[in-house]
Design a protein around this ligand. Structure first.
Ligand code: UD1
Length: 418
């Protein structure tokens, strides 16, 4: 068990470089299973979700070489083994092994994926997509076996533009016979990253990044290289840190279009920031205007930044609101923020944040990844000492968060709890 300890209220000055996107990397790595030759993925973030995927690849006997930012994977000699629960539950993205192994072997057995406890997270849309391609799905408790005599292209309409289902169906369809059309597909930048990687291997995917994706099946995928796009959620989290405490804090390696919804909201609040050649300079901002946010699929406001921005909304003059439309239970951070001094009310899927209030350091719990990010931001700005437990969640998704924040002047450390 680990905890993070923060002495709050120190300005942040210097540069933070954004790492490769977690949600891209966790799909790119399983995508490599479709290829019989070596693939190279650059700008891989050093986070525990990637460690877990590496473990899964090695369990299947893939040849994996990983250094600081690059992973080389050769899946030529893998075994299509049943993936046990103790491995699959380590992360949500283990579900991509379903699409990739089904696409390669037309058969896969694995257990239900893990992930943050933020409400029901079914995989019915993934399974419907696999069935449309010709797979039969057998469920036995938490265990799923998918078998297809043949995978054949199909027209698939997603009832909801799920990121995971869109990517998983692409993975299963790249080697299916004929054309697959995914309608109402998710448009997140991570999907474009994965489609580009598959196309670099010889796949024929068009329309990624729009609501209609067309996959023409191919027989063989060859060696390829790709780079993980910068993490837009990590970027957003540090931009919010800059709005809370920045003294010309520079956030480098961002793609502004990927965080447009956040930047627009910050602008309407009155946050002091300036875009400059792939970087953004942010300064501590107060007397902010209250705003209303609804989380939406891309390019709408990302649910993954809803909890981090709650800390900043505490510094608006008046009542701000957040309506969470994607997940049913993503407000576990609120109890702890209120303990630290915010005045937040939860009504179903909506919260009202009445500010501004001074925050004081307290003992709090990171119940999930982005709740943890929210509480780190609160700890950075609060007076006194904040102790955050269960921070394994945070380390799953933020590369070197302690070092990155320490380098810009935060007083933050990680401690092992005995
Ligand atoms: C991905 C991201 C996660 C982000 C989310 C929404 C990864 C590894 N994780 O998660 O950080 O918060 O997108 O941007 O990329 N749903 C169903 N049935 C399904 C699939 C999803 O009902 O088969 C529902 C989910 O319960 C949820 C909503 O659709 O309410 C969004 O889920 P989805 O877009 O699939 O999110 P993930 O891929 O799990």
């Amino acid at each position: 068990m680990k905890k993070i300890i923060i002495e709050g209220n120190h300005l942040l000055h210097g540069k933070i470089r954004i790492s490769g996107a977690k949600n891209s990397a966790v799909a790119l790595v399983p995508a490599s299973l479709l290829c019989d030759e070596e693939v190279i993925i650059d700008s891989i973030p050093n986070i525990s979700d990637i460690d877990a995927l590496e473990e899964m690849l090695e369990y299947l006997n893939a040849d994996v070489k990983r250094d600081k930012t690059t992973i080389k994977i050769n899946s030529r000699n893998i075994n299509n083994l049943e993936i046990p629960e103790k491995i699959s539950k380590k992360l949500r993205a283990s579900y991509y092994f379903m699409g990739a192994l089904l696409g390669r072997y037309k058969e896969v057995t694995m257990f239900f994926p893990g992930g943050c406890p933020i409400g029901a997270r079914p995989i019915d849309l993934h399974l419907k997509g696999f069935e449309a391609l010709g797979a039969k799905v057998y469920e036995e408790g938490n265990k799923y076996t998918l078998i297809a005599e043949d995978l054949k292209g199909s027209n698939i309409y997603l009832d909801f533009p799920s990121v995971g289902a869109t990517i998983n169906i692409m993975l299963a369809a790249v080697k299916a016979k004929g054309f697959t059309t995914i309608e109402n597909a998710a448009c997140e930048p991570e999907i474009v990253n994965v489609a580009t990687f598959l196309n670099n291997m010889g796949a024929k995917i068009t329309g990624a990044g729009t609501t209609t994706i067309i996959v023409e099946g191919v027989d063989y995928l060859h060696k390829a290289y790709t780079e993980v796009i910068p993490d837009r959620i990590e970027a957003g989290t540090y931009i919010i840190a800059g709005a809370l405490l920045g003294d010309n804090l520079v956030i480098e390696n961002i793609i502004p279009e990927h965080i447009m919804s956040l930047l627009q909201k910050l602008k309407s609040m009155g946050v002091k920031m300036k875009l400059e050649n792939g970087s953004i300079i942010v300064n501590k901002s107060r007397n902010l205007k209250p705003i209303n946010i609804q989380t939406r699929v891309y390019p709408g406001f990302p649910t993954d930044l809803q909890q981090p921005i709650t800390t900043l909304l505490n510094y608006c003059n008046g009542v701000s609101t957040i309506l969470e439309t994607i997940y049913e239970n993503r407000f576990c951070n609120v109890e702890y923020l209120n303990k630290m001094g915010t005045n937040i009310k939860i009504e179903g899927r909506k919260i009202s944040i009445d500010g501004p209030n001074e925050l004081t350091g307290k003992q709090v719990v990171a119940t999930d990844l982005r709740a943890g990010a929210c509480l780190i931001l609160a700890g950075l700005v609060a007076e006194g000492i904040t102790e955050i437990s269960d921070v394994e969640h945070v380390l799953r998704g933020y590369e070197n968060i302690i070092e990155k924040l320490t380098n810009v002047g935060a007083k933050i450390r990680l401690e092992e709890i005995k």
